[in-house]
Design a protein around this ligand. Sequence first.
Ligand SMILES: Nc1ncnc2c1ncn2[C@@H]1O[C@H](COP(=O)(O)OP(=O)(O)OP(=O)(O)O)[C@@H](O)[C@H]1O
Length: 286
Amino acid sequence: MIVVQNLKKYYGKNVGIEDVSLEVKEGEILGLIGPNGAGKTTTIRILMGFLSPDAGKALISGKSMPKEIDFVKKNLGYIPGEVNFYGDMKIKEFLKFNRAFYKKIDLKYERYIVETLGIDLNKKFKELSLGNKKKVAILQALVHKPKYLILDEPTSGLDPIIQQKFYKLLDKHKKNRAVILFSSHILSEVEKLCDKFAMIKDGKIIMSGEISKLRDISIKQVHIYGLNFCNSLEKYPYKKEDMDYIFEIKQSQMKEFLKEILNCEFKDIEIKNQALEDIFLKMYRW
Ligand SMILES: Nc1ncnc2c1ncn2[C@@H]1O[C@H](COP(=O)(O)OP(=O)(O)OP(=O)(O)O)[C@@H](O)[C@H]1O
């Protein structure tokens, strides 16, 4: 289990995190979600043993981080927000080095990840694009099948196809009872992938729980261009400019809304996720 209790960290006078508590059990993925500067990386860096908290507890498998990191290191996989490995090493040399460190690497699984993500083993790390560096970071984090996975915005820089493949890989680890903490600023990604969420803002957890709770607050913006307005749409909140409308539709109302819109005439339709910042603004108004 990963347990974080009332964690606090200041950088001099600046708040890093003020009060963070969360819990991730076996076979669970928790999405730590928050906008830029909210405190996701600070929380993760304490759990990874890189920073000491000013107050509170960060426990992995009952061991206190950062002091007891050596007890869990080999059972931990980590994807940093900014990946930077051994620049001059070819990826195949890096894998050799990794095998020496972890000893019991499953070579079939190593090959499977390399092929799934399409990693070029003959390139040097420094020659890779940001997205391809991220793929190597994923490989390095997953290949030893760790019990604990701590992932700091792991999908940033990945194209949508690789993102999907990465989600599938994570699902395998989840099914093998891994404990997974996943930070993101993309609400829809957390909705899709995670079992639980914790929302962080200005260093504090402002909401947490089962993922179904997120669906109640997650609103889609449906842009409808060239709409001949029908009376049945009056019950949904909207903004309009000429014949272009933006409706704000709750996830739970979406099916019914789409059925009704099909009875009206329009030229084009686009469904967008509301920006996380807008959701936070709304939550503060409640
Ligand atoms: N080394 C540092 N020195 C001073 N302040 C810092 C330092 N690192 C982080 N902070 C501050 O701590 C707060 C939390 O930052 P953190 O990097 O944990 O947020 P984050 O949620 O990971 O953001 P992002 O999504 O932008 O990566 C921010 O206000 C940030 O400015």
